[in-house]
Design a protein around this ligand. Structure first.
Ligand code: AMP
Ligand code: MG
Length: 378
């Protein structure tokens, strides 16, 4: 195997000297906190060496292995580390249990009625797209898209039409939300979702479920479906995984060396592009898992509901979950299990952990949508 062109790093050594697989021996399955196999120490060292490579060296190694060379330096590091991780784990007797634990990701990106500079506007959903990603195949396998007729503000503002490309005619001809939601759920069933197939909703930010879906269900006098109450916020997962700043779809694509395909703010095009990012993350070894959920408080005096979003910790992944510590330069790694997309902020109160809620971590602290959009653009 060719050495890295310039520089004196020796990380090939670690790859070539993977432990022998003893045929007939049962593979060890490692769970949280039980990572004593030498392969983890080795991976930690490799990660330390990868951290020392410059962008050109990273690209040259990735090219050598036939991997994608596009993207920021942090992205390339992650990709190369994942390649070595998979290769070494495969060669070792170790079986790692960490995995995106769903058959499908249902990527949803709502478009809604809006007015320019109107923070308290009551948004109604006007486009309901779902893009289905098969996690094992790492590809888009189906798409659903319907426009929705708003009932509270049936007339779209010119701002809304020019932002989303959705015309008055399209929404006039569409069904109201309750009917479209029924079609979405029938479509889920057709694909086995919630039946023999497991799935998780994935969105760009918390707003699709915590604002649009929540308000819409209130407006339509229906319960929020259980599947929409907890989701994967890809922005959060992305910046945790690649170790870079938070940004919208176009920024996430740009950092991966990719381009937006279609029209921004078209729900279906947004959803396809979010799915492309999710697929790239899966192929770079990210274990996308639920990381946010809605919390609804009902005021007993007037039965009014208030919603906020909080961090969701999946029970089995709440402690380990940080790969073999790519930030530790050559230190022994104690934990492995894939890179999880969630937030891991250290000690979690046990009771809260049992309830899967960490009340202290309400993200971003931005309550109105317009401020959120401004924040993301800045
Ligand atoms: P997006 O997924 O970014 O296309 O946004 C979803 C929805 O958020 C849009 O359909 C609008 O209802 C609302 N929205 C997005 N950007 C703005 C903005 N700058 N001003 C007002 N509403 C917005
Ligand atoms: Mg959109």
């Amino acid at each position: 195997m060719a050495a890295v062109e310039n520089g004196d790093n020796n990380f090939e050594l670690f790859v070539e000297k993977a432990p022998e697989t003893r045929s007939g021996t049962k593979p060890k399955v490692y769970k949280d906190g039980q990572y004593s196999d030498p392969v983890f120490k080795k991976l930690s060292k490799i990660n330390g060496e990868v951290n020392k490579l410059n962008k050109r060296e990273l690209q040259s190694k990735l090219k050598e292995f036939g991997l994608d060379t596009r993207g920021l330096k942090e992205v390339l590091k992650k990709r190369l580390k994942n390649f070595y991780k998979e290769r070494n784990i495969q060669k070792s007797r170790v079986r790692v249990t960490g995995k995106t634990g769903y058959d499908y990701l249902a990527v949803i990106d709502f478009e809604a009625t809006c007015e320019e500079n109107y923070p308290s506007y009551r948004h109604e959903i006007i486009e309901f797209p779902v893009v289905l990603v098969d996690v094992d195949k790492m590809e888009i396998v189906a798409k659903f898209q319907e426009y929705v007729r708003p009932l509270l503000n049936p007339k779209l503002s010119s701002f809304c039409t020019s932002l989303t490309g959705i015309t008055q005619e399209k929404v006039d001809q569409a069904d109201p939300f309750v009917d479209v939601l029924a079609k979405v759920e029938a479509w889920f069933s057709q694909h086995g979702l919630g039946l023999e197939k497991t799935f998780a909703v994935l969105t760009d930010g918390p707003w699709d479920m915590f604002r649009f879906m929540f308000y819409q269900c209130q407006e339509s006098h229906i319960e929020m479906p259980a599947w929409s109450k907890v989701w994967i916020n890809i922005r959060k997962a992305y910046c945790n995984f690649y170790n870079c700043g938070r940004g919208g779809i176009e920024i996430m694509l740009h950092n991966l060396g990719m381009k937006f395909e279609g029209s921004p703010h078209s729900g279906i095009d947004d959803a396809v592009n979010i799915a492309r990012i999710a697929i790239k993350m899966l192929s770079d070894g990210c274990c996308l898992s639920l990381n946010e959920q809605i919390q609804i408080k009902v005021d007993p005096r007037d039965s009014k509901c208030e919603a906020r979003y909080v961090v969701y910790h999946e029970p089995r992944k709440s402690r380990a979950a940080r790969d073999c510590d790519e930030n530790s330069e050559g230190e022994a790694a104690e934990e492995i299990g894939g890179d999880y997309g969630g937030d891991y902020s250290g000690e979690i109160n046990h009771e809260m952990e049992r309830l899967h809620i960490d009340m202290s971590e309400v993200d971003d602290g931005v309550d109105d949508l317009l401020s959120y959009y401004k924040l993301q653009k800045s």
